[in-house]
Design a protein. Sequence first.
Length: 183
Amino acid sequence: MKKFLAALCLIGVGCVPLSQQQASYSPLVPAEELSIIQDEKLFKEVQYVIENGIHEWPKTPEEWTGPCEQNPVFNSRFQSGYSIDGYDVLKIVNHKLILNISYGGGCGCSQKMMIWDGKLTRDDQGNQVAQFVFSFKNWDTCRAIKHTTLMFDLKSINFGSAEEVVIRVNRLPESETYRPLEN
């Protein structure tokens, strides 16, 4: 099999060196679909934590046996380490905001939230902007590298009569333009 694949590469059929490969969203890859939370107070708290690098670990037992979403550790102010992956760091497909992340874990709980304060602002070019914050908390002693595609439904948000909204997440240099009124 290896010789067959090597032969295909020699004749230029479907081979891309690893150094040139880039990850991007594929509709064939299952994604974790999550809601966007609209909460001004939570938005400000998470934004502050992200901008100031706060890691206040809670004083809870090492193991949590209840449902992941009820883990009391997630009420603490901290952000776990993660990275945003891929060629298309931020992408909008069919009214879904797509984000690919990687993190160390594999056997415990994690919490992923996209939060919006409900406000549209204007940037220097006059565009309407929706600033989101992405929060990731991980209570996981395993260190396998996990890759997850997250999808957030933009149709669930009321952008008013805005025809175009620039979507920004955390401090990412990339942004995406969303057209809420398009089908």
